[in-house]
Write a protein of this length. Structure first.
Length: 97
């Protein structure tokens, strides 16, 4: 699997809107071919910090995600809500295979 953990910190006042936008992106992303998981995690100690756990069957499937209308809508909606630039960290998913 091709896994990306996207670390995000949003402005405090934008948290509810960010969660709503992530729900829509999550729901559409889990229907994509090649998607294995698309989790949205919120840090308990700091509710302005999130991790998006995106697992795809291949690098190509992950790249295709960034060409979908729902990703573009999410990206554009959340741009002004970021407290700092988001950071994606790529992993090889070993298990489950």
């Amino acid at each position: 699997m091709y896994v990306t953990l996207v670390h995000v910190r949003v402005k405090k006042e934008a948290v509810p809107s960010f969660i709503q936008a992530c729900r829509a992106n999550h729901e559409a992303s889990t229907s994509e071919p090649g998607n294995r998981r698309f989790d949205v995690l919120q840090l308990k100690e700091d509710p302005t910090r999130f991790v998006l756990y995106e697992a795809y069957a291949s690098k190509e499937d992950a790249a295709a995600h960034k060409n979908t209308p729902h990703y573009a809508a999410w990206r554009d909606a959340v741009a002004g809500w970021m407290a700092e630039p988001r950071k994606g960290v790529v992993y090889d998913g070993l298990f489950p295979a």
